[in-house]
Structures are given as structure tokens and as C-alpha cells.
Design a protein around this ligand. Structure first.
Ligand code: GSH
Length: 88
């Protein structure tokens, strides 16, 4: 679980792979903000992660951040959500 700045606790799960530049951007933001507790899922290394992402999120595109089970695609939107929800 990750605590947000409004005090809520949410489950965060990030589907990504390391050579994806859009994922690198999101990973950098996570590091910059010092967020811990995000479950990382690697769609290139974990045999079932790609299929799971498609099934749960509707498409296999990474990065995808699940916020309490709800999919958020697009690195710019994920970046914005992280900064708005966790920083401060
Ligand atoms: N506009 C997207 C682009 C993401 C993207 O193109 N990801 C590639 C990997 S670098 C991908 O997942 N391609 C496979 C797919 O779309 O199923 C973003 O900024 O997140």
C-alpha cells in the first residue's frame, strides 16, 4: 500500500519493461519522489504479466499504473498522477 498526500492508502501496481523509454520516465519520477511500496510487474521478464495486463487493462501498452485495480495508461498521465497525488 502507498500513502497519498490526502492520507488515503492505495494499492499501486506498475506494469513496465526496462528498455521502454516511457517506462523509464515513470520510473525516474517514482525514484525522484522517493515512493516505496509500488508493486512492479515486468512484461518482458514475467511470463504471464503481458497477458495479465491485456486482460485487466484492455491493452498491452506499457507503462500502465493500476490504482486500486483501475488502469491508468500514458506515461504523461501517470507522471502527473504521481506528482499530484504523492508529492508534497
Ligand atoms: N504514449 C504512450 C506510449 C507507450 C508505448 O508506446 N509503449 C510501448 C513500449 S515502449 C508499448 O507498450 N508497445 C506495445 C503496445 O502498445 O502494446 C506513453 O507515453 O505511455
Amino acid at each position: 500500500m502507498v500513502k497519498l498526500k490526502d492520507g488515503r492508502e492505495v494499492e499501486l501496481e506498475l506494469f513496465k519493461f526496462d528498455s521502454c523509454p516511457f517506462c523509464v520516465r515513470v520510473m525516474r519520477t517514482i525514484k525522484e519522489l522517493g515512493v516505496e511500496g509500488i508493486r512492479m510487474r515486468d512484461t518482458r521478464r514475467e511470463p504471464d504479466a503481458n497477458a495479465e495486463l491485456s486482460r485487466r487493462g484492455g491493452k498491452s501498452q506499457v507503462p500502465c499504473l493500476f490504482i486500486d485495480g483501475e488502469a491508468l495508461y500514458e506515461s504523461a498521465d501517470i507522471d502527473r498522477w504521481l506528482r499530484n497525488s504523492l508529492a508534497g
